[in-house]
Design a protein around this ligand. Structure first.
Ligand SMILES: O=C(O)CCC(=O)C(=O)O
Length: 240
């Protein structure tokens, strides 16, 4: 039985996969991130920054359990094709967003850099080489700084960029304009839910209007071939 509604992914440029692991595994991962930050869920006096960056580079314990989840792996097979993506063990970078403080100025619409240039810097292109996983590690509602996603915007980004390789900061405002009429949805859910996001889907952070810190990782999953419009896997069809 399939996990992903592939036609929806092709239309919308993202899909939510609920409970790739039991919620308790997501809760255990969040507890480790609190430790790493040196902050406490029970002591708001330490919540002084709008965003604290944490990371998992090891894939130990619950982090690896999430990334190696058979359910997530099957979902990635359905989107990128078996053998079309490179397994990773770690969750990568995590922007933890806190309530009750002035929001950070990091909420512009963008796509993530996924193309390495010969000089080692990273760029965006209409031929991206990774997809984006948003892994929720806390309960995220509409007010809890969910990532905002412009539904269907992967087609705008592909049309805008084509085969060009562009500096991510130059591309941001152009992508914003190109996709401004798309409806917006929020990456909400529960610990252990994952959003598989097309690498050309335009998205942005949100301010925190709620009360509970938002825990999420934003890991790239590298592809074995760049995405190009075509009749191949769901990534290719999503930009046809
Ligand atoms: O919601 C967030 O914190 C930002 C997500 C984001 O912009 C990204 O994954 O590139």
């Amino acid at each position: 039985m399939s996990i992903v509604d592939v036609d929806r992914f092709v239309a919308d440029g993202f899909v939510k996969v609920e409970a790739v692991v039991p919620r308790e595994v997501g809760d255990a991962a969040r507890a480790l991130v609190w430790q790493q930050m040196g902050l406490s869920p029970d002591d708001r006096s330490g919540w002084l920054q709008p965003v604290v960056w944490a990371a998992d580079l090891t894939g130990v314990g619950p982090f690896g359990e999430i990334m190696r989840s058979p359910r997530l792996n099957q979902a990635l097979d359905e989107v990128a094709g078996p053998g079309g993506w490179v397994p990773r063990g770690s969750l990568g970078n995590m922007p933890i967003r806190f309530p009750g403080v002035e929001p950070a100025d990091d909420r512009g619409w963008h796509i993530d850099a996924s193309v390495a240039k010969p000089d080692g810097s990273w760029a965006v292109s209409g031929r991206p080489e990774s997809l984006l996983l948003l892994v929720l590690l806390s309960e995220v509602g509409d007010d809890d700084a969910p990532t905002r996603i412009r539904v269907g915007s992967q087609r705008d980004a592909e049309r805008l960029l084509g085969e060009q390789v562009v500096d991510p900061f130059e591309a941001g405002p152009l992508l914003d304009t190109a996709s401004k009429d798309r409806p917006v949805t929020y990456a909400t859910g529960l610990p252990g839910d994952v959003y598989i996001v097309h690498p050309l889907t335009v998205h942005a952070a949100d301010e925190h209007r709620g009360t509970r810190p938002r825990f999420m990782s934003q890991a790239p999953v590298f592809l074995t071939a760049p995405v190009a419009p075509g009749e191949g896997n769901a990534l290719a069809r999503a930009v046809l």
